[in-house]
Design a protein around this ligand. Structure first.
Ligand SMILES: [Zn+2]
Length: 145
């Protein structure tokens, strides 16, 4: 089955089946579970969350969507707007993946705060600084990612 997609600013009150709603403004992507159970799936875009690929015609989401908090526990990839079913996860796998995600998240925030410290101290030594410090810092930070 293939999803349609819609770029929106705000998420609509009614989420249609088989439509992926994307709000770049709020970095959020919402669709109804591909199994048809009617649950709404929120896959926020974030360095430690989901990434979206839009090729001008189709949407892909990475990583896969694991709806372990729903009764259906469905697990699938959305690749080029199509659903590619994946294996259902056992309780053990769910626990492991959740733990891995927590670690990734913690590392992300730890790195992020150390990057800020490093960038700030470089600022003082950098002979090329000619822009306001704040702008320069943002540029460096974006480049870093
Ligand atoms: Zn479902």
């Amino acid at each position: 089955m293939k999803f349609k997609y819609q770029f929106v600013e705000f998420m609509p009150d009614v989420i249609q089946e088989r439509v992926i709603y994307i709000s770049l403004e709020y970095k959020s992507v919402i669709h109804k579970c591909a199994c048809g159970c009617g649950e709404e799936v929120n896959t926020p875009l974030h360095p430690t969350g989901w990434k979206m690929i839009y090729n001008g015609e189709d949407i892909s989401l990475k990583p896969s969507v694991g709806n372990w908090s729903f009764d259906c526990k469905s697990h699938y990839w959305i690749i080029n707007s199509k659903v590619e079913w994946s294996l259902k996860w056992s309780d053990e796998t769910i626990l492991r993946v959740r733990r891995d995600e927590d670690i990734t998240r913690q590392e992300y925030y730890r790195n992020k705060s150390s990057q800020i410290l490093v960038n700030d101290s470089n600022e003082l030594k950098d002979p090329l600084v000619s822009k306001p410090i704040k702008t320069n810092w943002i540029q460096k930070f974006l480049f870093w990612k």
